[in-house]
Design a protein around this ligand. Structure first.
Ligand SMILES: [Zn+2]
Length: 151
């Protein structure tokens, strides 16, 4: 933590108190002797807005289970799915929003699955996007085939 007045990194915490949105620290610069305040914000728990409008806490394990189901009997390393779920969580947290729709998460997972395994991608599509009729699945497969052919 650098002093905002002289830029020295020799500072000392002289007081710490929790506030409604984080932790407030009073610091003293050991170089110039001035005092300043920093606030460390606690990241809010990320919540997922489900299709029916209800909210629930984001659960990476749940996302991972969904990926695992989609990848059943596919030649995919368990670590690859762990990595995908971690990447998605990182991306969501770095957006800094408190809420995210389940559809957004589903689309992020689909983007990553698409590069990994096309069968798993289609399976995940049918589960996550709630596609249940054969025609919609066919359309999704066609879209996938087109995008593969294009590059
Ligand atoms: Zn200073």
């Amino acid at each position: 933590m650098r002093c905002p007045y002289c830029g020295s990194d020799q500072t000392r915490v002289v007081d710490t108190r929790p506030t409604s949105d984080g932790i407030r620290r009073r610091r003293k610069c050991l170089a110039c002797g001035r005092k300043f305040t920093t606030v460390e914000r606690v990241a809010p728990q990320l919540r997922v807005i489900k299709r029916d409008g209800r909210r629930e806490p984001f659960d990476r394990q749940k996302l991972l289970r969904g990926l695992q189901v989609a990848c059943t009997k596919r030649p995919i390393q368990a670590e690859a799915l762990e990595k995908i779920s971690e990447q998605i969580e990182d991306e969501l947290v770095s957006r800094g929003k408190a809420e995210v729709s389940s559809q957004t998460i589903g689309n992020m997972a689909l983007e990553k699955l698409k590069k990994l395994d096309h069968v798993a991608y289609i399976r995940f599509t049918t589960v996550y996007l709630n596609i249940s009729d054969l025609k919609s699945i066919q359309e999704e497969i066609n879209r996938l085939l087109n995008s593969v052919e294009q590059g």
